[in-house]
Design a protein around this ligand. Structure first.
Ligand code: HEM
Length: 204
């Protein structure tokens, strides 16, 4: 068995936190991708709009994290990574309403939120911008792109890869106890579950 295969089967042996997160959520990601693609988001602007509504609900869930000072001190350019504003513009471009308000998963002054859990959620939302490169290509087929309708899928000005690597380096460097480590993974799993629930609500 290769080291990579071993890491997939026993994620806790993988030395990089981000790689452990990827291994632990691989299946959740595959199931989510499968669900989203089966709803044919690139078949029409109407369908794509439903995908943007899913994104809206997900990004709204964790929006408070982008304004949190502790997280801001741990992760580079946290405010610059926020994409909810672009999602709102995409919905306006597409003339689609924001989905009816549901309670965001995390709220201002929510003392209940846990730092490791927040890191897991932020891994998922940041990581989703990597896959966004592929989605942006498909969005072009229905005339949408980074200046209209699919703004939130755009890469960072310095390049998607570099933007991701600076995030990964910071996330991997945070010192956590074993118990906290488990809560980062649980946070990422719960973020994937939340996206899936939003997709079922807006895209099914
Ligand atoms: C809102 C829904 C989605 C979320 C939350 C999400 C989440 C993620 C995360 C966390 C990663 C980073 C994995 C890592 O390297 O650690 C990722 C990467 C990726 N995602 Fe998604 N994803 C979503 C939708 C999709 C869809 C619909 C597709 C296409 C079918 C897709 C394709 C990819 C691909 C190809 C990568 C790897 C990109 C690379 O390594 O360059 N994702 N996604």
């Amino acid at each position: 068995m290769t080291a990579a295969e071993l890491a997939i089967q026993t994620p806790e042996l993988e030395p990089s936190r981000t790689k452990r997160l990827k291994a632990a959520t691989r299946e959740a990601h595959e199931v989510l991708d499968g669900f989203i693609m089966s709803a044919k988001p690139f078949e029409s602007r109407e369908n794509f709009g439903k995908f943007v509504q899913t994104q809206y609900l997900f990004h709204k869930d964790l929006d408070v994290f982008f304004f949190n000072q502790t997280l801001d001190g741990l992760l580079p350019d946290l405010k610059g990574r926020r994409r909810l504003g672009f999602i709102e513009q995409d919905l306006a471009d597409l003339e689609i309403s924001t989905p009816e308000s549901t309670d965001a998963r995390f709220r201002q002054n929510d003392a209940a939120f846990d730092l490791p859990e927040a890191l897991g959620w932020l891994y998922v939302v940041e990581g989703s911008n990597l896959g966004a490169a592929f989605l942006l290509k498909d969005a072009a087929k229905i005339g949408l792109g980074e200046t209209f309708g699919a703004r939130h899928l755009a890469g960072a000005p310095e390049g998607r890869g570099l933007h991701w690597r600076t995030f990964v380096a910071a996330l991997d460097a945070i010192e956590l106890s074993e118990a906290e480590e488990g809560r980062v993974i649980a946070g990422a799993e719960s973020a994937f579950r939340a996206v899936h629930a939003h997709a079922k609500r807006t895209m099914a």
